[in-house]
Every structure is written in structure tokens, then in C-alpha cells.
Design a protein around this ligand. Structure first.
Ligand code: SF4
Length: 382
């Protein structure tokens, strides 16, 4: 081998320490990655060469060592089913997680404690059990297949889709995935054709129609590389709806120009801007979190654009998602060095307890009229 050649291992090492400027920095990054592992795909590695916005989402920062966040903001107060991989957080839909792992780890992942901790995926027997359990949930009509990354084990995903789509009560199936960015090469014609077969529109009896859509995850226009858009186009031209969920990230997309550009590019390429999520307070991601107000400033501008390019802007205390409108004002509580937003959610405490089979999450209480009220750790714009 030529001595100037860099082996994949050396390249990988260089990439992991991209944000280190000294030996001390290398030590800190090594500490960070012991706590929060690093993982990325060969395709992402190629994108890293071109885009700081993409590097910042996957490469470890020294700032991750100091944090105000919690390890499990997503899981707090949720324990919805006796069956591994099944959760019911809302009246009408369930979450099914066939794999907890991902092909690449986003530094701001709100499910870090699951995704980065080598939790085993569901077995085929557990999928069979889930199908039986979901078939008995009368009010449930939708299944969100989430992760980790559902496409990490394609055979298992199709086994699950076969089981779930056969249930009489399930008419809406959504798959939450970031593989369009991390492994776009998997969306071959055959894969798209197979996925599209779960769209069963009954023109005679629309009540019987079923559909499958994919919730994709793009945060910056740089992610819309030709290979990525080709994969998206393969899916949409096969009849699969793509809806995008963006996470608002400090120093990556927290400005009007980037967000409007991203949403315009998505629309033009047949992807619906669906959600703009405030980055959840998961530990090690403080440096990527803006204030909720900063997202509102961007959102107010978006509301003056064509309505097709306006996603829902939400933040999510553990007690349930909160929608932010252009006229929203926030009720702040300052405690020591942390700023919280106190908010009454749309969810009834009794219903939450019945569905989640657990008490309210920490920092949550019941209002006098029975709704869940919680505190959400705000980010900062320093
Ligand atoms: S793709 Fe989603 S689940 Fe996987 S690491 Fe990123 S945010 Fe977490």
C-alpha cells in the first residue's frame, strides 16, 4: 500500500476527532464517545467531506460532556405494553419498534438511551404477539413503525408489515426512517414496489382503504444529495407519500434562510414538510438546542410563505406533544440555571394513565380540569 494512502480505520479516526484541536480535546472526545458512541455509514462519510451541517449532526463534540438534559426524555412516564417493542402513547395509534439500533447515530437523538445502548431488536415471536395485542385495541387505527431504524433488518420489517397490514382495525401505517439519508442505496425499484404493495386503496369502499407512508428526516438542504433525491423519487413515483420531520438544530438550521430553503426544496421534490420539532432535552445535546422562542421566530416567517411549505412546529415535554402557533406565548419558570416552559398539554391525565399504565412523568402534574401540565427544559441561544 502506498504510504500516503489512508486506511479506512485511520480515516475513521480522523473523522471522529474532527472537532478536536489539541491532545486534550482528543481526550475529551474519547470520553464523550465512551458515553455516547459514534456510528455513520459510508454514504454519510462522503457527505461529511462536503457539508459542515451534516458533520455536526453525526460527529461528536466536546460540548457533549457538559449537559443539562436528561438521559430519557422520550421514555419518562411511558411503559405502555407488556410486549417488548410495542408502545401505546395515544388513543388511536401505537408505536412498534422492530430494531432499537440505527446505521448512524444522530448526536441529538431523543432516544439515545435506546438507540445507542445495544438493545436487542424484536424477535419474530414478539412481532406475532404484537399483532395479536394490537388487533384487540379497538380504538387504534394507526401504527407507527419506528426505531432505531426499521430498515436495518428488511426481512423483519416486511414480516411486521404483513402482520400489521392484515389487521382489520389498522388502516394507517407509517414508517419513521432516516435511511433515505444514511443508506439511500437500499431503495431499489424492487424495494419501492414491495413497499407500495401495502397501499391498498378501495375505490368502491373508501372505509376499507389502507395506506403506507414514510416519515423521513431531513434537517438541512445539503442532505438532499442526488443519490438521496433519487431514492425519494423512487418511493414517491411508486405511490409512497413522504412526510418530513425536521429537528431544529443550533448552528445547523436555526435561521430563516436555511429553513425556508429546506422546505422549498422538499416541496419541489414531492416531500411534504410535516413537522419542525424542537430538539428534545436529551443529555449531551445542549449545544444543538435553541430556545423554543427561536423556533417560533422562524415559524412566524414561515407562516407568511405559501401554506404548502409550513410544517407543524412542536416541542415535546414527556407528557405529550405541544403545538406552537404563530401567536403562542410562553410561560417561563426559572430555577437555578435552568429555564423551563410550563405548559398545559392537550392530553387528559386519566387517559394517559390508562394508556401508559403508569403515573405522570417527572415534572408533570394534573390541572384542576384534569389535563397534564408539565415543565419542558428550554434551550438557549448563546
Ligand atoms: S435516525 Fe432517528 S432514531 Fe436513529 S439516531 Fe437518528 S434520530 Fe435517533
Amino acid at each position: 500500500m502506498n504510504k500516503d494512502t489512508i486506511t479506512p480505520k485511520e480515516l475513521s479516526k480522523k473523522v471522529i476527532h474532527h472537532y478536536a484541536n489539541s491532545e486534550k480535546d482528543v481526550e475529551i472526545i474519547n470520553e464523550v464517545i465512551k458515553k455516547y458512541p459514534v456510528k455513520y455509514t459510508p454514504f454519510l462519510l462522503r457527505l461529511f467531506e462536503k457539508s459542515e451541517a451534516i458533520r455536526k449532526q453525526f460527529l461528536p463534540s466536546m460540548q457533549e460532556i457538559i449537559t443539562n438534559g436528561t438521559p430519557t426524555p422520550f421514555e419518562e412516564g411511558k411503559k405502555a405494553s407488556k410486549t417488548y417493542g410495542l408502545e401505546r402513547l395515544y388513543r388511536d395509534r401505537v408505536l412498534i419498534t422492530p430494531n432499537f439500533d440505527c446505521p448512524a447515530y444522530c448526536r441529538f437523538c431523543y432516544k439515545k438511551s435506546r438507540v445507542m445502548r445495544n438493545k436487542p431488536g424484536m424477535t419474530y415471536e414478539e412481532i406475532d404477539k404484537v399483532a395479536i395485542e394490537v388487533s384487540q385495541m379497538d380504538q387504534v387505527r394507526g401504527a407507527l413503525i419506528t426505531g432505531g431504524e426499521p430498515f436495518l433488518d428488511v426481512d423483519k420489517l416486511f414480516y411486521l408489515l404483513d402482520k400489521i397490514s392484515a389487521l382489520d382495525n389498522i388502516s394507517e401505517i407509517r414508517i419513521g426512517s432516516r435511511t433515505l439519508l444514511t443508506m439511500p442505496e437500499i431503495f431499489t425499484d424492487e424495494m419501492c414496489f414491495k413497499l407500495a404493495s401495502y397501499n391498498q386503496i378501495s375505490t368502491e369502499n373508501p372505509e376499507k382503504s389502507k395506506y403506507l407512508a414514510i416519515n423521513v428526516h431531513f434537517n438541512h438542504p445539503d442532505e438532499l444529495a442526488p443519490e438521496v433525491l433519487k431514492a425519494c423519487n423512487n418511493l414517491t413515483s411508486s405511490g409512497i407519500t413522504l412526510r418530513n420531520q425536521t429537528v431544529l438544530l443550533k448552528g445547523i438550521n436555526d435561521n430563516i434562510e436555511t429553513m425556508t430553503h429546506l422546505f422549498k426544496m422538499l416541496i419541489r421534490n414531492n416531500i411534504i414538510p410535516y413537522y419542525m420539532n424542537h430538539c428534545m432535552p436529551v443529555e449531551g445535546s445542549d449545544h444543538l438546542r435553541t430556545s423554543v422562542q427561536k423556533g417560533l421566530d422562524i415559524y412566524q416567517y414561515l407562516c407568511t410563505e405559501s401554506s404548502t411549505a409550513i410544517p407543524h412546529y412542536v416541542y415535546a415535554p414527556s407528557g405529550g406533544k405541544v403545538h406552537v402557533g404563530p401567536d403562542t406565548t410562553f410561560n417561563y419558570i426559572i430555577d437555578e440555571n435552568t429555564r423551563y416552559i410550563k405548559v398545559k398539554t392537550l392530553y387528559k391525565a386519566d387517559e394517559f394513565k390508562e394508556i401508559a399504565k403508569k403515573d405522570l412523568p417527572p415534572m408533570h402534574e394534573i390541572t384542576s380540569d384534569g389535563f397534564i401540565q408539565g415543565l419542558y427544559i428550554d434551550g438557549n441561544d448563546d
